[in-house]
Ligand binder design. Structure first.
Ligand code: SAH
Length: 251
């Protein structure tokens, strides 16, 4: 078998946030697989076959990538942000685990990317300076009960919480429920960051107190970050404040 699979993180949107290693892997690929908006971010070139899908079943897409690689093709699978964060890399390994044992001898590599949480944090200051966690609010792949149990645990542990997949047309109420839970554990003034389309032309970032965040609009392209008790603002004249979480915690 001379084929291979590279799972590539494209970063949040700005092409300057694509790593040189990821760019190199894209340059040498023969097949490009991914969800349509991500495939669209990779410039067309002769010799690159594009398999953009609107299929949300990621494991099907991953199986397709492995089949192509087994037939000798050099395949690039693309995700936005980092491919290991709520994205294609885990789907690929799920397909590998369940699939043809011969696939296990294929060269499979993962090229990291800048995940939305890190890109959003950098825009506002240093909200992830202390301990933090990331939770996907999507209940497509796990029950809502599990999500709320995890949220309660990390809110009680006083971690900064980054919420991926906060809302969609099919899931309109989950973000409001998550922020209501947060309000049970955190002060009303706790900074909440709503970072939309970071690194894209329509980027919009809002910093709101928790008490007002529930009314704020968010969509599928938004990353929501709820501060810990120590997360604070540095106000500035005529500019958005900086948000940061000190690294030290009193003994
Ligand atoms: N692999 C991606 C995350 C996929 S889950 C990554 O590492 O970033 C999809 C969710 O990621 C979206 O619902 C949104 O919450 C977040 N997201 C992805 N790109 C984003 C961007 N440019 N700005 C803000 N949030 C983004």
């Amino acid at each position: 078998m001379s084929g291979s699979v590279t799972v590539i993180g494209l970063g949040p949107g700005d092409p300057r946030y694509l790593t040189p290693a990821a760019a190199e892997a894209l340059d040498t690929a023969e097949d490009l697989i991914g969800y349509l908006p991500y495939v669209a971010r990779v410039p067309e070139r002769p010799g690159l076959v594009r398999h953009a899908s609107d299929n949300r079943v990621e494991v099907d897409r991953a199986r397709h990538a492995l089949e192509l690689a087994a037939s000798g093709r050099r395949v690039a699978v693309v995700s936005g942000g980092d491919p290991g964060v709520f994205a294609m890399a885990a789907a690929l390994f799920e397909a590998l685990e369940a699939g043809d044992p011969a696939w296990r001898s294929l060269p499979i590599t993962v090229e990291p990317g800048i995940t939305a949480m890190l890109a959003a944090a950098a825009r506002v200051g240093a909200p992830l300076g202390g301990d933090f966690c990331a939770i996907s609010l999507s209940d497509n792949l796990k029950p809502w009960d599990v999500i709320t149990a995890r949220l309660k645990a990390v809110l009680a542990a006083d971690l900064v919480v980054a919420l991926y997949n906060p809302i969609s047309r099919a899931r309109p109420w989950q973000l409001g429920a998550a922020l209501a839970l947060a309000a049970e554990h955190r002060a009303p003034g706790t900074p909440v960051i709503l970072a939309r389309a970071v690194g894209r032309p329509d980027e919009a970032i809002r910093i709101l107190p928790l008490a007002e965040a529930r009314e704020a609009e968010a969509d599928m392209a938004t990353l929501v970050m709820i501060g810990a008790s120590a997360t604070r603002l540095i106000p500035r004249e005529g500019e958005a404040p900086f948000v940061y979480t000190p690294r030290s915690v009193a003994r």
